[in-house]
Write a protein that binds this ligand. Structure first.
Ligand SMILES: O=C(O)CCC(=O)C(=O)O
Length: 235
């Protein structure tokens, strides 16, 4: 946990951590290859992105059956490292037991939302292939959502959000091709970004073009894990 504290974002609600280069380029390539080679039926295709759920989609807010686990190719390079960070030490299963893989083409995104209480309030997100701006929304007095914080997730980085950052704010990715007005004033993890990223955004006047598809791996601990036979009995 002490190691993790060096990556804590300041100036945002408690708590968020950003670790650049959390996985290697080799691990990134291998994950992308595996993700792209799963049978197409494994993808849920939505109008603005597609996704895979591992080990399964949630059923009535739980994972089912318990014998399934996140496959090794997805778990092995990431889950043990997130356990070592200490982030799951108080979670029901002491580790992530679920992973949602989202794939976004340039211009695609996800509406502002909360992840809800089906999960232990912690998300560990690894980004692959391209970076993206995650917007964190608060609510103004008249109920309108406003962007309060912006976090740039570089490829191979890990973003961890928990506590109030998880429970009191919404998050989303805008459906645009170019993110604008990015600087040390507007991006909460600016000082953790690579020099190359900061310089390139600076030289482009605070603009960042989405170049290619971006894939996110979001690891969570689903609170309820049900046994298949018990689930069938209760139906
Ligand atoms: O792709 C991301 O970084 C965010 C995904 C997300 O918001 C979610 O899976 O709930």
């Amino acid at each position: 946990m002490r190691y993790l504290e060096t990556y804590r974002l300041v100036g945002v609600p408690d708590r968020a951590y950003y670790i650049p280069d959390f996985i290697s380029e080799r691990e990134e390539r291998s994950l992308i290859e595996k993700i792209q080679s799963v049978p197409s039926a494994r993808w849920t295709v939505l109008s603005r992105r597609r996704l895979q759920s591992w080990p399964t989609q949630l059923l009535q807010g739980s994972i089912l059956p318990t014998t399934d686990a996140i496959p090794n190719w997805l778990a092995e390079s990431i889950i043990p490292r997130t356990i070592d960070l200490g982030i799951w030490s108080a979670s029901p299963h002491g580790r992530a037991n679920h992973c949602l893989i989202n794939e976004y083409e340039p211009g695609q995104g996800i509406m502002p939302h909360e992840d809800g209480d089906v999960y232990y309030p912690m998300v560990a997100t690894v980004s692959l292939n391209d970076g993206i701006i995650l917007d964190v929304y608060g609510k103004s007095d008249d109920g309108v959502r406003i962007v309060k914080y912006r976090i740039y997730q570089e490829p191979r980085s890990l973003l961890v959000t928990t506590d109030e950052m998880y429970t009191k704010y919404l998050h989303g990715i805008q459906e645009i091709l170019v993110d604008k007005e990015l600087s040390s004033d507007t991006v909460s993890n600016w000082h953790f970004l690579s020099k190359e990223t900061r310089e390139s955004i600076g030289m482009n006047g605070g603009l960042l073009k989405r170049r290619t598809k971006r894939i996110s791996l979001t690891f969570r601990d689903v609170k309820k894990v049900r046994n298949l036979s018990r689930f069938l009995q209760t139906k």
